[in-house]
Design a binder for this molecule. Sequence first.
Ligand SMILES: [Zn+2]
Length: 118
Amino acid sequence: MASVERDYPAAWRDYRRRSFLALGSIVASFPGGLLIGLALSARLGPDAPMFVAAALTLAIVLPCSFRLAAWRCPRCGKPFHGPLGWAEPVKYSNPFARQCDACGLPRQEPGPGVWSRH
Ligand SMILES: [Zn+2]
């Protein structure tokens, strides 16, 4: 059974941290890889900047994106963005989802209590 997080603000902070890391990894890894590759091009040859940039981008962006995609909804405990991997019927994870794919919890919902919309 999926675990359910009762502390919604803490769960949303974790969500924002994962979103920031996923976006930051995309923005920073390729230019960073180019700079590192330029510094190493004297030793590794003229293809080093592109190779290092591509390798660094893959090595950093994939795990950060997977962490965001694997984030679980605080209300239902299922993946917020949809199923990971293959599911029947075929359905894909939406990284830009504004609500939980399983239960419909809106993003940044403050949780059960006075300020809740439910
Ligand atoms: Zn949910």
